[in-house]
Every structure is written in structure tokens, then in C-alpha cells.
Design a protein around this ligand. Sequence first.
Ligand SMILES: Cc1cc2nc3c(=O)[nH]c(=O)nc-3n(C[C@H](O)[C@H](O)[C@H](O)COP(=O)(O)OP(=O)(O)OC[C@H]3O[C@@H](n4cnc5c(N)ncnc54)[C@H](O)[C@@H]3O)c2cc1C
Length: 616
Amino acid sequence: MYEHDVIVVGGGGAGLRAAIAAQEQGADVAIVTKLHPVRSHTGAAEGGINAALRDGDSWEDHAYDTMKGSDYLGDAPAIDTFAKTAPDEVIQLEHWGMPFSREDDGRVSQRPFGGLSFPRTTYAGAETGHHMLHTLYEQVVKRGIEVYDEWYVSNLAVTDEDDPNDRECHGVVAWDVQSGEIAGFEARDGVILATGGLGQAYDHTTNAVANTGDGVAMAYRAGVPIEDMEMIQFHPTTLPSTGVLISEGVRGEGGILYNAEGERFMFEYGYATNDGELASRDVVSRAELTEINEGRGIDDEYVYLDMRHLGEERITDRLENILHLAEDFEGVDGLEEPMPVKPGQHYAMGGVETNEFGETCVDGLYAAGECACVSLHGANRLGGNALPELIVFGALAGRHAAGEDMGEALIETGPSEELDREELGVPVGLPSEQSDTAEPAADGGEPVEDVDTRSSEEVVSDAEATEEERIETLLEREDGVNHADVRADLQTSMTENVNVFRTEAGLEQALEDIQEARERYQDVYVADKSRTFNTDLQHTIETRNLLDVAEAITMGALARDEFRGAHWRKEHQERKDDEWLKHTMVSWNDGDPELWYRPVILEGHEETYEPKNRSY
Ligand SMILES: Cc1cc2nc3c(=O)[nH]c(=O)nc-3n(C[C@H](O)[C@H](O)[C@H](O)COP(=O)(O)OP(=O)(O)OC[C@H]3O[C@@H](n4cnc5c(N)ncnc54)[C@H](O)[C@@H]3O)c2cc1C
């Protein structure tokens, strides 16, 4: 068994920032990550990082834009903390050597991004995430923070009290992808989940193959509610053949969208008569799909994004990476031709419920970054707001986990009896074998009344034994269903039914498909029996995580019978503030997911936000 004060699961932007912050508090920190840190998906981020840095801008304006962008589903204390802290965190990155693009006078460059009232997106060419990741990783190396890279965390070591609010997290169980060794990692002070996105629940996504919602699924099964899962962002400019992202930076620099008739449809058809291409992402994605559905798309599939008029010098200076992506993945020369684009899954606004310090309702368990829902982005994330989220809330989670007293949190966490609960009545039970192996209650310890009396070490070693058994069972099976078939069917159904445009029948179909996929997953088997680099085994376990998160996304989408932000419902074309100024929460409830709600917090640090009609 390995032991550290703080264990950070994930070596992307959020995980690295959390680890640095915890180390600065004097903690012995380790990062356990299935990919080498600089291969994390943060490295794919292109466009930039929002922070109010300039005269004429203010954190209050950034907060307001974020709340408006969220379609009033963000929590004000999270938004205010974020907008206030982002400038210091960006300056910290600059001091650590991040090579930001600069103006002639030496100031860090900023460009406009969708939904922002001020050009406040700082960037490093069109490779912002890559530079950010390397800058943070340098600090991790410099500080001697231990990194267990290519270790796959498959479960959390959590006590088994009935009420999740009484549970404690003492560590994680992981296996070494290179050798197959399974080991417990005991965390004396805290575990921080920073496992990133869940885009692999869809088949057309900008997310990497590693983005399988592992942290969300593990926390969920450990009893932590997951919040606003239905709020999935579909980015308007992805390459049709692969889902590879063409950064919003292209539109920020002045790139234009047009349809098959050569019309600049954002203005021509009144989708966003002020901001046009720089309306927020949900608005632009719906506009593109409307154009395509009404017969004005190209090949009935995509529209054009044109940057030729920006000129070669500006493009190569600020968007060079985009030229390579368009050429390599679509065979298009962006200097000479418009690029084909269509909406694709991009980001999960929801995730593990946390407060502004990254705490979950399980003592000692934290989450930060894309896997967490603090809730900052509400129903729609603004472009350039995810990277600052990683550093702001990553740092807060790291410091808190390492013991810094941050006072009383303004955001509540965990299930509460007084809150509005609702059974959906959908058949969502899990196969008992899978349910047992994943449940903290089945970690091997003897349940004693409602207090788990095991020592921290026992909780971790019991969890380790359970994982060993689970993996043996999967490897022993000689034939059955291949996880890839289950995953492919899930992705197809999610893309067809839980996309930009959602209908009641489609969502119901998706829930049925997920249930069927679960049943098939009961017979899943791993063809590769080896212990080293067994990606078959890893993907099999990841597929199970995708089933859990996809189900929560779809349940939330079906329950929320209104149109808010990225969540469009054919039968419900209005935002219903009287009924729906609340977060959808899904609790695992022994494998029988339960839906309940928590009110949105509109009262911020300085003022209370008033929901307004959102137009761009
Ligand atoms: C193509 C693209 C471009 C983007 N551009 C921008 C942009 O310009 N600006 C912006 O603000 N946002 C952007 N975003 C969003 C933003 O980049 C992401 O939300 C953010 O980088 C996620 O960071 P993270 O640290 O939460 O997760 P990641 O960077 O994905 O890191 C997750 C880490 O968790 C580890 N991990 C996962 N599961 C396990 C497990 N079971 N065991 C062990 N380790 C595990 C992985 O190895 C990885 O190290 C973009 C997103 C995409 C997909």
C-alpha cells in the first residue's frame, strides 16, 4: 500500500494545480494518473483562458457574463469566487513562465470570445492548453511531487455508512497499467478527483478516448450526488469526419460562418443579430443545425467556417495550429478554403457536486476541473471559462485538502431530507454483480450499524481486495460480450437522442437503450488476458463508467421539461424560472438512481443576480 497526505487522481490542469497548491501547504502529495500528465486532455485546449486583467474590464463583468452564459443555472458564490480569483491565477501562470501571446507593447494579448462583454481571453497561440499543462507540470517536477503515471484508478476507498454525508474517503485503488499490479493508495488528508470529461459517452466528440467520466462515476457510486448532468455542451465548430475541434479563437479573431447559399446565417436569419458568430456556443450550435435541417447545409451535414480574410500573417501568428488540424484531418487548406464544421459534444457542465472549496459530501473526497460541478457553468459554459476553472478551483481544492481553513462554504453539498425529491420510475437497476463490486458497502468490511469502525488502512485494503476480485472475475470469463460493442451502441444512441435537439421520445429511447446496454454489459468479457498494458480491461471498466454517466445525463434531460442554455426540449420551448431555477441532482441510491433538486443560488458576494432574457 502507498501512503500520502493528499492523493490527486488525474494529471490534467485541475489535478496539477491542485497538487501544487497542496504541496505549498506542506502536504506530501501524489498524483495518480492513467495518462502521463502532459498527455492529459487539457493539452488539447486551443483558444484561451478568461480573466479580467485590463483597465476597462472587471471581475464583476466577468461574473455577470458567466451567470448570463449559464442561463441563470450557475451558483453565484461559485461564479463570484471564480471571476475574482481568475486574474491572480493567470498572473501566477505567467510568473511560472507560461508563454502567453503578447501585444507589441509587451502586454499579454486578449481576444474576444463568445458571450463575453469584453475581449478577456488570454491565449498562447492556438495551443493554450498545451502550454498551460507544460507550465504546471514543470512546477510539479520542480517541487518533487510524486507522479504515479499510467496508473488507472478503478475505485475509491470509502466507508459504508448509510448516509453519504457520514462517509469518509480514505484513499483509492489503482492498477499499474504497465505491470498489472493492483495497489491501495491511502490518503491521510484527502483525495482530489480531477479526472476530466466524459465525452466518450458520445460518438462525435472533441474529447479524447481517455475522457470516460471515471471520476464522476466513482464518486457517484460512492454516494456523492452528481449535478446538472443533462447540461452537455455541443461546440459549434468541430470537423465533421473526426470531431476534432476548431477553436472558438477563429471566430474570436473574426472568422465567419456561412451556409450553402453563401449567407452569413447568424445575422441573415436573426439567430444573434448583435454578436453573430460570437454568440454563446449553445446559440451558434442550434443555428448551425437549424440551417442544416432546413436544407441550407453543405452535403446535408455541415456549414463553413471561413478565416481566409484574416490574412496569412495573422493566421500563422495566432491560429497556426488550426491550419494543421484542418489540413491533417479534413484535407483543407484554411488559407485558401473555408473549413467544414458542425456541432459536436465538447464539455460536461455538470459533474460531481462540490462546494467552492472542492469538497463533496463525503469527508476527505474532493473534486475539481471538468469532472466537478461547483456550479460555475450552469446550463452553458462560456468559451475560455474552463481553463481558469481548473486553476481557480484546483488550487482551492488542493489547499483545503491539505488542511487550510477556508471558513464556511456558501454552497451546500450532499443529500438532504428536506429537499425536493422525485422518483422517475425508470428501470435503472444495475446487474447485481457489478453493483456489488462497485459499492462502497461491499468493500469487504462488516457493516456495523451505521458507523464504519474500520481503520483507514483497513478501508483501503478492503477496497483493494474487492478490486482484485472484480478484475479476476472479468479476466476469468472465457467468452461473452465485447465492451466495444456495448460502448458503440451507447454512443450511437446518445448522439442520436441526447444531442443539441432533444425530444421526449428520443430521451425515452435513450434510457431504454442504456438499460439494454447495461444488461448486455453483465456478460462482458475481456479477450486479452495479459497483465501488461491491458487496454481491453481498462476500456471494459471505462465502459461501465460511461453507462452510469450516460444514464444520469439522460435522466436529468428527461426530467428537465424546459429550454435552458444548452438544454433544448422540443416540447418545452420556454425557460421556466418559476419551476426550474434548480439543479438536477442524481444520487446512486444502491444502483437505483434517485433524482432530486437543489435551488440555484443567485445571491453572490456583492449582489444578487436577476434572471433576464438571454440574447446576443
Ligand atoms: C479540444 C478541446 C479544446 C478546448 N479548448 C478550451 C479553451 O481554449 N479554453 C477553455 O477554457 N477550455 C477549453 N476546453 C475545455 C478544457 O480544456 C477542459 O475542460 C479541461 O482541460 C479539463 O481539464 P481537467 O484537468 O479537468 O481534465 P483533463 O485535462 O482531461 O485531465 C484528466 C486527468 O485525469 C486522468 N484520469 C482520468 N481518469 C482516470 C482514472 N480512472 N485513473 C487515473 N487517472 C485518470 C487523466 O489521465 C488525466 O490526467 C477545451 C476542451 C477540448 C476537448
